[in-house]
Design a protein around this ligand. Structure first.
Ligand SMILES: Cc1cc2nc3c(=O)[nH]c(=O)nc-3n(C[C@H](O)[C@H](O)[C@H](O)COP(=O)(O)O)c2cc1C
Length: 333
């Protein structure tokens, strides 16, 4: 069955569009190797967070401050930093080991929201051999003086800072809550992004009624969630030339095919691989090949974007028409 499954993503030639997204399975060398054996085309490591980097900097700073005021004798009690590796060091170690062990692209992830020293880790990632960087920007604006434009500028400035520091491609992972994505995503591209990953799943906090504390809630995604990135990838595909990665709710091969139809270059999966194990990737690739063959496609590239907003026979359904029809046609079971 000769179907060309390759897909161009961030300037990388992936052997097919199914990528292991950031998550627990990409955080250990063993499971990274299992994912490669199962045939994923690239891996995105879990994020190194701005807070982890700044905490480490503060730790080093306080060690040196302490040393300045110490006697020579007390210095000998001081633990060497290497005795207990910091989280950033551990992360760079994982990246280096993954690069050594795997032959597929390895994409580390930086996760933060402010312009600051933590962004220099992009350079460390590049030096450690990263094939690209995923920059996950997650900012919750709570200051009423901050306008939508201020927020978008902050994102663009962050992207420019990171992309100016390295020559490897940067993919920016964002949430969906922007007033005008078709204006904003080209702005990220102009700042240096080679791709965007749509969308970050914001894990909205919950309240524990017994303790009256705000608690984090992590649940794996549901297939229905794919409809949000599906719509926006369809709309953005005709507006930008940069790569589009689809994440959130891509579980079955049908979901992968839909994302490719609207114009995704890669599908980045976490929940389904966690639920079914790394070997599930192999099944998805096999079914993708079979579907393309059965429907007489020669390649993934041929399928990609053939149902983007402009190419879709009923583009109105990507806009208000869909909403109106759905509400009007509702019948109770
Ligand atoms: C347990 C868990 C950990 C995750 N860790 C990260 C992370 O460190 N950085 C990141 O950008 N996304 C992270 N994600 C988000 C996933 O990479 C992915 O984008 C999201 O779960 C949507 O894809 P899915 O529907 O296939 O799960 C995590 C998701 C889960 C479930």
């Amino acid at each position: 069955m000769s179907v060309d499954l390759t897909s161009q993503y961030l300037g990388l030639t992936l052997k097919h569009p199914i990528v292991a997204s950031a998550g627990p399975l990409t955080g250990e060398l063993d499971s990274l190797c299992q994912l490669e054996q199962a045939g994923v085309s690239a891996v995105v490591l879990p994020s190194l967070f701005e807070e982890q980097i700044t905490r480490d900097e503060q730790r080093i700073h306080s060690l040196y401050e302490y040393q300045t005021f110490s006697t020579a004798e007390s210095l000998s009690y001081f633990p060497e930093l290497d005795d207990h590796r910091s989280i950033p060091d551990h992360y760079l170690g994982l990246l280096a080991s993954a690069k050594k062990a795997l032959s597929i692209p390895v994409i580390p992830s930086l996760n933060g929201s402010t312009i600051g020293g933590w962004t220099r880790y992009a350079k460390s990632f590049a030096d450690a051999g990263a094939d690209a960087i995923e920059l996950n920007i997650y900012f919750v604006p709570t200051d009423p003086r901050m306008t939508a434009d201020d927020v978008e500028k902050r994102y663009a400035d962050l992207v420019a800072t990171v992309s100016n520091a390295v020559s490897i491609p940067i993919a920016v992972k964002i949430g969906a809550q922007f007033s005008s994505l078709v204006n904003f995503v080209p702005r990220l591209a102009a700042a240096g992004a080679r791709g965007v990953v749509l969308f970050n799943r914001y894990l909205e906090p919950d309240i524990d009624l017994e303790t009256l504390r705000i608690v984090p809630q992590l649940v794996l995604s549901h297939r229905n969630e794919l409809r949000l990135p599906l719509r926006w990838i369809a709309i953005l595909r005709d507006q930008v030339r940069i790569s589009l990665g689809a994440t959130s709710g891509v579980h079955l091969v049908e979901d992968v095919i839909k994302m490719l139809l609207v114009g995704a270059d890669a599908c980045l999966l976490t929940s389904s691989l966690l639920r079914h194990g790394p070997a599930y990737a192999e099944e998805l690739v096999k079914k993708l090949r079979e579907w393309l063959h059965l429907h007489e496609y020669d390649s993934v590239e041929q399928l990609k974007g053939s149902m983007s907003y402009h190419n879709s026979p009923d583009a109105g359904n990507l806009e208000r028409a869909n909403y109106m029809k759905a509400l009007v046609s509702y019948t109770s079971d």
